[in-house]
Design a protein around this ligand. Structure first.
Ligand code: GLC
Length: 727
């Protein structure tokens, strides 16, 4: 009898378990939850997961209580709320957020801990705004200083970009917010971004352009990736079977969901079979006007459902996509550990400011005019539109609406009081996408004349200029048209410096630029974009409250023609007939300058300090499957500061040309007091030293002699250590 009872109760229990909603059980594994949810869903419900239901959301399964996915831009903070189904602001009054520094600024800190702090803080703001996926960060490679979106990315070197993006993603996803790493792949210019087909060697594709994405997949397990608009091998990257199914999902064993860029999906069969999981933003022409289509007309909506129902595409294809989307939902929207987050907290502003302070790069400091000793000056004239202009608005999808947006002028006035006078000096107008304000030459001349007049009675000039977030400056959907600064800045700076030799230049911008006035000014800092605490971070560095430690993540060439792709003509940038050829191959940025003895204005990894550092003799040893490098750094100056030791490997000679130096490790000291030392220990996994062999379509470790060049930038090597490695 007892056995019978036991058997019956087991049966009942089993029955209950099978009807128990495992997918809702936070204690169940995500894979169990996916399997259970899928078993309960209709075909149509599975299809609904795969495409937008509004501008920035994709559907869940309301009947089963499976949450929709709320997405939003961007890499530097949560975009203002837009209307459900248009690009117009929803005009909320509670959606102001912290604007964090641009990702190129974060890369300039070379500080992995700050990257983690960034990912934690920015994702707390996404969580508080009820978002599940943040559409960022971006790790496209800065192969050209013309790229309008370079400010959203992490420089010209794949190793630096990869190392700096991993902590950001890990910290954000630990809060239950999915990152959406973008734009996968080869979206390295804005000109013709929707249609250009990128031709690149397999070796450069793997060693340069895929590398930061691969590191984010393997080390940060990024939950979603955004396909790019452009094409590779003639197929749009949002649904490129070889790229998405072959490289990303199969070779890299990635279990996330591939999201299209907005409007990046072009047909159903490729979308169905080319690895796309969530189709967003289709049919919006230029994203400035709404389509007559609705969301059911999306390529992965009714057209795809019809192919499934007719048996032309197996259900397994739909289930695989739906499983990936459910995985994102259970990792975020229905993750019991997803944080509530916070918005505009002082902790977030502190993180914002610290990242800015460590991202500012001191490029010139003649006669140590910096840090600023205000007691030496009676009248400090601040000149330049970027001293007051908001650089958090504009720029395209990374635009932000802030409560706090401290300008350089505001902070200078707070710190130096009525010593500060101001003249705008130039103006740039507004330029959103293709609406560029005409510049009135008379107005421009009047502003310049006013500044030059005021300069006559100043004993220090601080020029604050550079690029801005206008179209064809640092802005999505267009590239710069010149390597020169715009709006007459070069001439203005030169004339100001003629009047007053004590001239300090503070530049903002996401890209390098020519500096014909460089020899005439005494100091120069490059600040990228600093976000909500811009003025505070800047003045903390200018005043010496913080010792600058930023290092360039890009090469500043003396002239545009020195960039490696230029000699190959228009087909290498911006392309001809929608075809662009990356003819410089591996020789992007400093890889070219160092290998061909082209002297840059400021080299990759360069950045001055208010103190000085000595490097001990580096040591290198192979331990297991890694090469360990250590170097002792000593502060030999009079001020506490941080140093970034960089390690550039010279690999054994190969048949195919290789760059003479490649960044393979870096470490930043803690704040070292004068006289203090710290031994930095860096480990380079052998996989980082592998080279891509096109014949075997795979990686190889070269046998032979490896030299590890340790220094303060790619051209300032303070010590070397070599080692022989058998392959
Ligand atoms: C844009 C951008 C992408 C952004 C998306 C949504 O076109 O390319 O980075 O996240 O659309 O605004």
């Amino acid at each position: 009898m007892k056995k019978a009872l036991l058997f019956v109760s087991l049966l009942t229990l089993t029955a209950m378990t099978t009807t128990a909603q495992v997918y809702l059980d936070p204690k169940a594994s995500i894979e169990e939850r996916i399997k259970d949810a899928l078993s309960r869903m209709t075909t149509h419900e599975k299809i609904q997961l795969l495409h937008a239901q509004s501008k920035f959301t994709s559907a869940g399964v309301p009947r089963l209580g499976i949450r929709q996915l709320n997405m939003d831009d961007g890499p530097h903070g949560v975009r203002e709320e837009l209307e459900w189904n248009s690009w117009s602001p929803a005009k909320w009054t509670n959606d102001c957020i912290v604007a964090f520094p641009s990702l190129t600024c974060l890369a300039s800190t070379w500080n992995r801990d700050l990257s983690s702090a960034y990912g934690n803080a920015v994702s707390e703001e996404f969580a508080f705004r009820g978002k599940d996926i943040m559409l960022g960060p971006g790790v496209n490679i800065q192969r050209t200083p013309m790229n309008g979106r370079a400010f959203e990315y992490m420089g010209e070197d794949p190793y630096l970009a990869g190392e700096m993006v991993v902590p950001y993603i890990k910290a954000a996803q630990a809060n239950g917010i999915a990152c959406c790493l973008k734009h996968f792949v080869l979206n390295d210019q804005e000109i013709d971004r929707f249609a250009v087909n990128v031709n690149v060697s397999e070796r450069a594709l793997n060693e340069i352009y895929l590398a930061p994405f691969k590191k984010a997949v393997e080390q940060a397990h990024v939950y979603t990736i955004m396909g790019s608009y452009n094409m590779w091998k003639g197929i749009h990257c949002c649904h490129n079977d070889e790229l998405i199914n072959g490289i990303l999902k199969k070779n890299w064993d990635w279990d996330g969901a591939l999201i299209s860029d907005w409007g990046g999906t072009t047909n159903t069969m490729e979308a169905a079979l080319g690895g796309l999981d969530i189709e967003m933003g289709t049919y919006t022409d230029g994203k400035l006007k709404e389509s007559e289509f609705d969301y059911e007309d999306y390529y992965l909506a009714k057209p795809f459902e019809k192919l499934i129902e007719e048996g032309k595409i197996p259900m397994s294809v739909l289930d695989e996509k739906a499983s990936r989307v459910l995985r994102v939902i259970f990792r975020t929207a229905m993750n019991p550990n997803k944080v509530i987050g916070s918005q505009c907290s002082e902790a977030h502003y502190d993180a914002c400011r610290q990242i800015g302070e460590e991202g500012i790069v001191l490029l010139k400091n003649e006669k140590n005019i910096l840090p600023l000793d205000a007691s030496k000056y009676q009248k400090i004239l601040v000149v330049g539109e970027n001293a007051t202009r908001s650089l958090t608005q504009g720029g395209g999808s990374s635009e932000l609406k802030t409560l706090r947006d401290i300008s350089p002028l505001e902070a200078l006035q707070t710190t130096y009081g009525n010593k500060i006078d101001y003249a705008q000096g130039y103006y740039s107008g507004r330029a959103i996408y293709d609406k560029v304000d005409e510049i009135d030459p008379e107005k421009q001349a009047a502003l310049k004349a006013e500044a030059l007049e005021k300069a006559k009675s100043a004993d220090l000039i601080i020029f604050v200029g550079g690029l801005n977030k206008n179209h064809r400056q640092d802005c999505e959907n267009g590239d710069r048209e010149s390597y020169d600064l715009s709006f007459g800045q070069n001439e203005l700076i030169a004339e100001l410096a003629k009047i007053q030799k004590n001239t300090i230049v503070v530049m903002f911008g996401g890209n390098p630029y020519a500096m014909p006035w460089l020899n005439q000014v005494q100091a120069l800092t490059h600040c990228w974009y600093l976000g909500s605490e811009a003025g505070t971070a800047l003045v903390n560095v200018l005043s010496g409250k913080v010792c600058p430690s930023g290092k360039l993540p890009v090469t500043f060439a003396a002239k545009y023609e020195d960039y490696p792709y230029v000699k190959f003509g228009a087909e290498s940038y911006p392309g001809l007939n929608k075809q662009v050829y990356y003819k410089e191959e591996l020789f992007v940025g400093y890889r070219h300058f160092s290998s061909n003895n082209v002297k840059p204005l400021f080299p990759f990894g360069f950045g001055l300090s208010y103190t000085t550092f000595a490097y001990g003799k580096p040591t290198v040893e192979k331990v297991g499957n890694a090469v360990n490098i250590s170097v002792t750094i000593t502060n030999t100056g009079k001020m506490a500061g941080k140093e970034v030791a960089q390690v550039y490997a010279t690999l054994p000679k190969t048949q195919a040309a290789r760059p003479v130096k490649e960044l393979k490790a870096f470490a930043k000291t803690r704040l070292l007091q004068p006289g203090e030392s710290e031994t930095l220990r860096m480990s380079v996994p052998m996989s980082e030293l592998a080279v891509y062999e096109e014949q075997k379509h795979g990686w190889d470790i070269l046998g032979g002699n490896y030299t590890f060049n340790v220094g303060a930038n790619v051209n300032d090597i303070r010590g070397k250590a070599s080692i022989n490695i058998a392959n």
